[in-house]
Ligand binder design. Structure first.
Ligand SMILES: Cc1cc2nc3c(=O)[nH]c(=O)nc-3n(C[C@H](O)[C@H](O)[C@H](O)COP(=O)(O)OP(=O)(O)OC[C@H]3O[C@@H](n4cnc5c(N)ncnc54)[C@H](O)[C@@H]3O)c2cc1C
Ligand code: FES
Length: 336
């Protein structure tokens, strides 16, 4: 049985099909609300359930009013009213499931591999810089990985995968993966994309959180835009900043691009900035009024950056955008 979803203080009413989540129904109707993992782990989609009842995976049977409801896991049981953190009208999302043939696997650092995929001739997968895809696993589970290439090149994809000890994909499957193997991928997903604003943006990454940010930067190079972008890329050691030379070369070629690598661990040979990456950003930008921030990678960095940038540097919380690389396997989602 379907139910209606009304958005508080907006003239928006959407039909939600039986079994559909609030996030899926809103997307189908052409409305974007914040999300990242879609697995109930990251909390990016949290919003209010103002009235009505919903079954929320991991949170149980909820009756409004309730705050902090994960709208990616919420299935209405009655007509409901919601208050998402943000909402905007977008074109309905058209996702594709495509076979990606492995063209090459490249080692970028000791624990980071790049997988280059190519789609069959005539197949393209449009996406926006900063978005991610789902790799479908043989057992029906899936993993999220961000596209590291610019969207102009959408008949082929590049993914940067960090090795997670014991990981189903990043250890077991990746160890056996070879050129000409096929990975089934579904895309595009994600809201971690630059807004239309022209104000300067700070890009903050740890480890492979660099992947979607690289896509954003390369997209700006190809489109000829000149929005000021300052990338801070943090790692435990200098090896974690695995495309440092390429970013330094880019910063020399484009006046709109600034690059600051930051190392937090004991790397004896490192001559550059030291400390936690978000603290380096705060030192350089004690006043963040009039800036946008895009942070991607370790959840702990993203939480610290969101908290400190807003509390200490006056960043508008609505101008902080993030993708936290939380575990994206189904087994990791909070059980119902
Ligand atoms: C929106 C989004 C985009 C992402 N993009 C990327 C990307 O571009 N590159 C990339 O390398 N990763 C990315 N990730 C993380 C990725 O989806 C996987 O979760 C990760 O690769 C682990 O998968 P796995 O199958 O190897 O490990 P799993 O089998 O899922 O996990 C094995 C064990 O490691 C733990 N674990 C899983 N992930 C992590 C982690 N990140 N840190 C610490 N412990 C962990 C699990 O809890 C489990 O105990 C992204 C995640 C999200 C939500
Ligand atoms: S998008 Fe809902 S918890 Fe991550």
């Amino acid at each position: 049985m379907s139910h209606t979803i009304t958005v508080r203080d907006k003239d928006i009413v959407v039909e939600c099909e039986a079994g559909e989540t609030v996030l899926d129904a809103m997307e189908r109707a052409g409305f974007a609300i914040p999300y990242s993992c879609r697995k109930g782990v990251c909390a990016s989609c949290e919003g209010g359930l103002c009235g009505g009842e919903a079954q929320v995976r991991g949170q149980g049977h909820l009756t409004g009013p309730q705050e902090g409801v994960k709208l990616c896991q919420a299935r209405p049981l009655t007509d409901i009213e919601i208050a998402p953190a943000r909402i905007r009208k977008v074109d309905p999302v058209e996702r594709k499931v495509l076979p990606g043939k492995v063209r090459k696997i490249q080692r970028l650092a000791e624990d980071v591999a790049a997988i280059h995929l190519r789609f069959p001739i005539g197949n393209r997968a449009p996406f926006r810089a900063g978005q991610y895809l789902r790799v479908m696993l043989p057992d029906g589970d899936s993993r999220n990985y961000s596209m590291a290439n610019p969207p102009q090149k959408n008949d082929a994809l590049e993914l940067h995968i960090r090795h997670v000890p014991g990981g189903k994909f990043s250890e077991s499957i990746l160890a056996r993966l070879a050129p000409n193997d096929v990975l089934e991928v579904e895309l595009p997903y994600g809201e971690f994309t630059l807004t239309e604003a022209v104000i300067p943006a700070l890009l903050v990454a740890t480890g492979t959180g660099f992947a979607p940010i690289r896509s954003i930067i390369e997209n700006q190079v190809r489109s000829g835009a000149a929005r000021p972008l300052h990338l801070y890329w943090g790692g435990n050691g200098s090896d974690d900043i695995y495309m440092r030379a390429a970013m330094e070369a880019l910063a020399e070629r484009h006046v709109w691009f600034t690059f600051t690598p930051v190392v937090s661990g004991a790397d004896a040979g490192w001559q550059g900035r030291r400390g936690f990456v978000h603290e380096a950003v705060l030192e350089d930008y004690p006043d963040m009024a009039g800036l946008e921030v895009y942070a991607c990678g370790a959840p702990v960095m993203i939480e610290a950056a969101r908290r400190d940038f807003c509390a200490k540097a006056g960043l508008d919380p609505d101008l902080f955008f993030s993708d936290a690389f939380v575990p994206s396997g189904d087994a990791e989602a909070v059980p119902a």
